[in-house]
Design a protein around this ligand. Structure first.
Ligand SMILES: [Zn+2]
Length: 228
């Protein structure tokens, strides 16, 4: 077992995100980011599996069988029926084959080079990015951020969901302390200002549905240029 699989993870996906992931309702960037977290988090893997079982059973149940049952009943019946939904291709199940150059395979397969050799683009002091979005017409973002120790991101919020997966290092904000393997699953109501507190650079994978909204005037002016 590698250290990635044995790490302790403190911040997880919300129930809502788990349900939408299981239903296939999220964008490819968000699915990819979630798959990275599932690589290191047995807790969320089990939650996705339960959601898959309930969802799969409800689809088959809607084909004529009565569905006036509680979620717990459905889960029990789904287990009894031996759901095959646990073989999701984007949901790694935690073996050592799930790492590429030390990062979760769903991310590693997208990178043209090992993560420490990427052509990072400097966007602000202490902040570099590597864009992963191939669809330039999409409203949201999908990128890696490389943040030097002590760097602070501007206070910002979102119209919609923002997912952050911590690939290396750590940061803290108003919500808590996030380190390698953790996921920050924020909806549009959260505003936060992350500060890098690891000795090594922090590398974070970000996926959003909508553009980021900065609250400071300078940040708002800069936003069209830095695009984060
Ligand atoms: Zn988790």
């Amino acid at each position: 077992m590698s250290s990635l699989q044995t790490m302790s993870v403190n911040h997880h996906l919300t129930d809502e995100t788990i349900q939408e992931y299981s239903a296939g309702a999220l964008s490819v960037p968000m699915e990819t980011l979630i798959a990275c977290h599932l690589t290191v988090c047995a807790h969320c893997r089990a939650r996705v599996e339960r959601a898959d079982q309930i969802g799969g059973f409800m689809i088959s149940a809607s084909d004529g069988v009565e569905v006036s049952a509680s979620a717990a009943d459905l889960l029990q019946r789904a287990k009894a029926a031996g759901s095959e939904s646990s073989t999701r291709s984007t949901g790694p199940r935690g073996d050592s084959g799930n790492l590429i150059s030390g990062v979760p395979r769903p991310l590693g397969r997208l990178l043209p080079k090992p993560i420490n050799q990427l052509a990072w683009k400097r966007i602000a002091p202490g902040i570099k990015q590597f864009n992963l979005d191939v669809d330039t017409n999409r409203k949201g973002a999908f990128k890696l951020l490389h943040l030097t120790p002590g760097a602070t991101l501007s206070d910002h919020s979102h119209e919609d969901r923002e997912l952050t997966y911590v690939v290396r290092g750590s940061y803290h904000d108003e919500i808590g302390h996030f380190k390698t393997g953790d996921i920050a699953d924020l909806d549009g109501h959260h505003s936060h200002k992350p500060v890098i507190d690891s000795k090594e650079p922090c590398i974070a994978l970000i996926a959003t549905h909508s553009p980021v909204r900065y609250s400071g005037i300078l940040s708002r002016l800069m936003q069209p240029f830095v695009g984060i």
